[in-house]
Design a protein around this ligand. Structure first.
Ligand SMILES: NC(=O)C1=CN([C@@H]2O[C@H](COP(=O)(O)OP(=O)(O)OC[C@H]3O[C@@H](n4cnc5c(N)ncnc54)[C@H](O)[C@@H]3O)[C@@H](O)[C@H]2O)C=CC1
Ligand SMILES: N[C@@H](CC=O)C(=O)O
Length: 855
């Protein structure tokens, strides 16, 4: 149990009634299916999930362990056969008597096998004392089961089927008591009342009141799924997938905030991932869309399960999560009420083995009666057809015969595209029709609440068609969330350019701005932040945050990919990259700290990013928007070996030294550069040479050299007297710089030369000896006196120049030159990284792991 739950328990211990205390904290319902509870190992995993995710006032709902319900059903059938045989057998006939004896022995054996399976779970999991207690209860149940199997079977049908859930809840509760927290198991038949087994309509008022009596304060309730009582007091079951339904009913009864269905898949996909490899996980599904998916054959969602999510007692909305108990750290799918982004999701589903039934009774108003009776998959009152399952054929024929109308049936299948109000979008309808051309659909119908477009096909839906339609409808789109950190000089410009970029670049079609961070405040919105008003929204709605809160949100983000754009100058923020990469989050950084951190930290970041398929781009860390990082990476990847890198790497120092002629004080130019947004937030970062030193280190690493900042000699141009001041104090006293630079300028000028701040790195290792060895380098950044005609001396102010010498560029160096700082070029460079990253992400395939298939 978490620390929070311990506090909770103590908190509950004072004052008030049990009911009030239980209601004090939002309740979460966790339902574990049979596969999640199949073996001792699975159950241990479930215990861990409960330890990490549950509070004492939450509720756990369980299915029977593994295939126990199937085994109980098989016992019932065996006993039924035995009883029928006994009834008809002539026991004086030896062979008939022997047959009965064999059947009896087989039944005894099956009971023994089931008992042994349960005993094994008990002994493997519980300590000796508890195991004895639970085994004793099991044996008593087996005695009763044996009498039921030899008595009035039909009367005890549901009693027999209920045993699986009873055993499962009892065992889990005992285990929780032993290892995790106080717990009590509750048999749902003690509180859950439905009208009858056929309609499963819940009496919410009575059930809620009875459940309140069953729950015990300070104990985690473990409740049986699948079973209930009808309003005449008979035991009944909730049918196939009844435990999921139990969980959402119970959530409605206690107004839970969420229900998590822990199962063996880690979410709902845009198509069945077993047959559509490009299917992507749907992170958030609006209620109505989920219902439609359940109706049209999604194997995880069942229309019935979704009904109680809007609480009939209070209009309270419960969110439903689907997650894998085999992979609990993976974020699954959430179903509930969402904004615009979740509503853009499209998925494709299909159903084979259906029938299309044409009849006059389906034309006009009379269709309503058929609709109420058969809840068809789709229908059309003008064309007079409904589409039903093959199992419904007989009852439909009888129903129509009683109305004296004829009917014709034809085998069909359907393929549907499902999404929020898709049927109202002409473009989606047109795309769907186009992609179905070769399949020659018989007709196209709108689904429930227009949340689907359903095509009726004359042939079974093939896997090829499903994949093609999925590709055409979803364009295999991946939704990408972007969080921008640092809303200063460059950050603001980046955001100003964002709306036009999103409009203009089709690769950015599914990119959503979802977070804005300053050093103190954060605005995070999973439904997206309006890019046209981003800064205003930030001003109005941002809240203070801690890094822990930020990381917690990031670990649960609902996007296929998340990109953090770091436009801060902050070392602390760069320390979060390690966490980002561990969570598979991508980073685009203008911030130079991480890329110029110690070799050890840098290598760890690179390794973590690679291990988690995270991308890290930082072209703007050197030369702003100039493609210098790309050029060096490309040379290296192509097999070239870089031997020298030199140039002017600081936009600020380029602008100042190209402009400076001693007619205007040096400090005035420095303040001017600051106002233009080309300096670092503290211009001493530029003037000290540190910014250039970092840039040289970043390029050196890209070129394949292993070195640290301390390996690069750096000439600091800030006099000691100005080094320890605050930024404001430094700026106020910047005139102290003037005499030094005046002198340096005049001395160089007297020799027809000029002063420039230059970065130089040279490989000094003999090439022949360098096989497999890390090349040694000499590197420094310093103020140099250069002839006025030198290539580094004749730049446009603010330009950077990068001179690269390599095996391929020996005699005539590769030169990249252009503006190396400033708002527009840097923000532009960041957008270039964003497009580049989205392009790579568009081709990224997330491997879907399906238990039992590829795992
Ligand atoms: N100015 C230029 O031409 C270029 C700048 N860069 C880099 O861009 C980055 C930003 O530069 P500017 O916009 O000029 O700086 P700035 O000082 O104008 O803006 C930085 C913003 O980051 C915020 N911030 C600081 N710590 C933060 C944190 N922990 N979390 C979130 N936000 C935080 C600050 O509040 C500020 O609003 C720096 O790393 C700089 O080296 C890179 C290339 C060129
Ligand atoms: N302050 C830097 C900005 C770019 O990195 C510079 O002047 O080059």
């Amino acid at each position: 149990m978490t620390q929070e739950s311990i506090v909770l328990e103590n908190e509950f211990a004072v004052g008030n009634t049990t009911e009030n205390k239980l209601a004090k904290q939002a309740i979460h319902v966790h339902k574990f299916g049979g596969s999640s509870l199949a073996t001792a190992e699975c159950i241990k995993r479930v215990l861990e999930i409960i330890r990490q995710h549950c509070q004492l006032n939450d509720i756990v709902v369980v299915s029977a362990n593994g295939k126990t319900t199937d085994a109980l059903f098989a016992l019932y059938t065996q006993a039924e056969t035995l009883q029928a045989e006994k009834l008809n057998a002539d026991l004086s006939n030896e062979s008939e008597a022997a047959q009965i004896a064999t059947l009896s022995a087989e039944l005894v054996q099956s009971v023994a096998l089931l008992t042994q399976q349960q005993e094994q779970l008990i002994s493997e999991l519980l300590n000796e004392n508890n195991a004895n207690t639970i085994s004793h209860l099991l044996r008593k149940d087996i005695e009763i089961l044996t009498t039921w199997l030899s008595g009035d079977l039909a009367l005890h049908h549901n009693d027999i089927l209920a045993l699986g859930e009873v055993w499962s809840a009892r065992l889990l509760s005992a285990l929780l008591n032993e290892q995790i927290c106080p717990s009590n198991s509750i048999d749902a038949r003690e509180f859950l009342v439905i009208e009858n087994e056929q309609n499963c309509l819940v009496d919410y008022a009575i059930s809620a009141a009875q459940l309140r009596q069953q729950r015990q304060f300070g104990k985690l309730a473990v409740i049986t799924g699948y079973i209930a009582k009808d309003n005449r007091g008979h035991n009944c079951t909730l049918g196939r997938n009844g435990s999921d339904y139990s969980a959402t009913i119970i959530a409605a009864l206690v107004a839970a905030r969420t229900v998590t269905l822990w199962t063996d898949v880690n979410g709902i996909y845009s198509a069945d991932p077993r047959v559509v490899p490009n299917a992507r996980k749907l992170h958030r599904l609006p209620n109505g869309v989920a219902k439609e998916l359940g109706r049209l054959g999604n194997p995880v969602l069942h229309a019935k399960t979704l009904l109680p999510l809007v609480n009939p007692l209070s209009e309270h909305h419960t969110h439903l999560h689907v997650a894998s108990s085999f992979d609990p750290q993976v974020v699954g799918t959430e179903i509930g009420k969402f904004g615009q982004i979740a509503k853009q999701e499209l998925s494709v589903t299909y159903l084979n083995d259906l029938l299309i039934a044409h009849s006059e009774s389906f034309i006009g108003e009379s269709l309503l009666a058929a609709k109420a009776e058969f809840a068809p998959i789709c229908l059309d009152e003008e064309q007079g057809y409904i589409v039903i399952t093959q199992a419904q054929q007989k009852s439909l024929s009888q129903w129509l015969a009683s109305h004296d109308t004829e009917v014709t049936f034809k085998p069909v299948s359907i393929i549907a595209t499902v999404g929020h109000r898709v049927a109202e979008h002409g473009d989606i309808r047109a795309r769907f029709k186009r992609s179905l051309k070769t399949a020659q659909p018989l007709c196209l119908a709108n689904g429930e609440n227009n949340h689907s477009l359903i095509a009726v096909l004359p042939e079974p839906c093939s896997i090829e068609l499903l994949n093609n339609v999925h590709h055409d409808m979803t364009k295999d789109a991946r939704h990408i969330g972007v969080v921008v950190a640092g809303l200063g000089n460059i950050g603001q410009r980046f955001l100003e350019l964002l709306p036009a970029q999103l409009n203009r670049i089709s690769l950015l079609e599914n990119v959503h701005l979802v977070g804005l961070l300053s050093s103190k405040k954060a605005l995070i919105n999973n439904d997206g932040i309006d890019v046209n008003q981003a800064l205003t929204m930030f001003e109005q709605s941002a809240h203070e945050y801690t890094n822990e809160q930020l990381l917690a949100w990031l670990s649960n983000h609902p996007y296929d990919e998340l990109i953090v754009v770091d436009i801060t100058p902050c070392e602390q923020f760069s320390l979060l990259y390690q966490d980002f990469f561990e969570q598979g989050i991508h980073v685009i950084g203008a911030n130079k700290w991480a890329a110029s951190s110690s070799s050890e930290k840098y290598q760890k970041l690179i390794d973590t990013a690679a291990a988690n398929h995270s991308m890290w781009l930082g072209n703007t860390t050197v030369g702003a928007g100039l493609p210098i990082n790309y050029a060096i990476k490309d040379l290296r990847q192509s097999g070239d070996e870089i031997t020298e890198i030199s140039g002017i790497f600081s936009g600020t120092l380029s602008w100042i030294f190209q402009t400076y002629d001693a007619s205007v004080p040096f400090s005035t130019l420095l303040l001017d550069a600051l106002a233009q947004g080309i300096t670092e937030p503290d211009p001493r970062e530029d003037l000290s040479g540190r910014d250039v030193q970092r840039k040289l280190l970043i390029l050196a690493r890209k070129a394949g050299f292993e070195l640290d900042l301390s390996d690069i000699t750096c000439q600091n141009l800030v006099p000691e007297s100005l080094q320890g001041l605050s930024t404001q104090e430094f700026l106020a006293q910047a005139s102290q710089l003037d005499s030094y630079f005046k002198e340096a300028f005049e001395s160089a000028n007297a020799k027809a030369s000029c002063i420039r701040y230059v970065a130089r790195l040279q490989c000094v290792e003999d090439d022949n000896n360098a096989t497999n060895a890390v090349a040694k380098v000499k590197a420094k950044v310093s103020l140099e006196v250069l002839p006025r005609s030198d290539a580094f001396a004749t730049l446009t102010p603010c330009d950077n120049i990068f001179k690269i010498e390599s095996r391929w560029y020996q005699d005539n160096a590769l030169i990249i030159r252009g503006p190396g700082a400033g708002r527009d070029v840097t923000a532009g460079g960041l957008h270039s990284d964003l497009v580049n990253m989205c392009q790579q992400l568009a081709h990224k395939q997330n491997k879907v792991t399906i238990k039992g298939i590829n795992e």
